[in-house]
Ligand binder design. Structure first.
Ligand code: UDP
Length: 237
């Protein structure tokens, strides 16, 4: 078996990755499967930070379209990411790996507050670090958070989990001729206005030379495959 290509990475999971067959919220079977994948990847000796979205529960923009001020909606969205992280933290520990949730919004009776040194210390101990509450600021996304944390924690890549095994020339579900890109530059990702991440996230990745690897989380063992440079994906950067 090939050795992992990376020493430390951020895995970005959208909230929707946790809904499984449901339309909303957290599907426990799906959480257990993804947690087992993360635990297996961590057992390879790769230090894993995990940024989890909250779109399966709340998205600030959607809440604000109902008349709630956007910063309030965004706070609700950030709290949703904490719930997702807590669900994953427990499941990762049941899968045999230590895990810690660090939240960018202070909530000391629930979990520790994020700071860079604390995150690095936990990563260095081989714990899976769940980075909750996004950046802690409204008007940002958890994709941007993933790139930000990757840069500040000296990670070598962001592994962006999606439902598709990479970036395609067109929607592969609608267009049978759609081709998957093997590689793209950050600039190309920005110019093509790819929907796989928001432009703030791509711009931050470009400035910090941070590779983004887009892969599908649908298959068991997908995270380990990416870490070993196997499986299907698109590398941006
Ligand atoms: N959010 C925020 N600041 C951040 C990250 C997230 O305000 O730094 C809020 C925002 O409302 C967002 C929600 O949290 O809609 C959930 O995050 P995101 O939409 O990125 O989740 P995903 O689509 O990955 O599930």
């Amino acid at each position: 078996m090939t050795d992992p290509l990376y020493r430390r990475v951020i895995v970005k999971l959208s909230g929707e990755a946790l809904t499984g067959p449901k339309d909303f919220g957290i599907d426990q079977t799906t959480v257990e499967r993804i947690a087992a994948d993360l635990a297996a990847a961590s057992k390879l000796g790769v230090e894993l930070g995990v940024v989890v979205g909250g779109g399966n529960i709340f998205r600030g923009v959607e809440v604000s379209s109902r008349g709630v001020p956007r910063p309030v909606g965004d706070s609700m969205g950030m709290l949703a990411t904490v719930m997702n992280c807590l669900a994953l933290e427990e499941a990762i520990e049941r899968a045999g790996r230590e895990a810690r949730t660090l939240s960018a919004l202070a909530m000391p009776s629930v979990c520790e507050t994020y700071n860079r040194k604390r995150a690095q210390k936990n990563l260095g101990k081989g714990r899976v670090v769940l980075l909750a509450a996004g950046t802690g600021n409204p008007f940002f996304t958890t994709d941007t958070t993933a790139v930000l944390r990757a840069a500040e924690l000296d990670c070598q890549a962001v592994l962006k989990a999606t439902n598709v095994d990479g970036v395609y020339t067109a929607d592969p579900k609608k267009d049978p001729k759609a081709k998957r890109y093997e590689k793209l530059s950050h600039q190309e990702a920005l110019e093509k206005n790819l929907k796989v991440m928001d432009s703030t996230a791509f711009a931050l990745a470009r400035e910090n030379h941070m590779p983004i690897i887009v892969f599908s989380i649908a298959d068991k063992g997908a995270i380990e495959a990416v870490l070993r440079g196997k499986g299907r994906s698109t590398v941006i950067g």
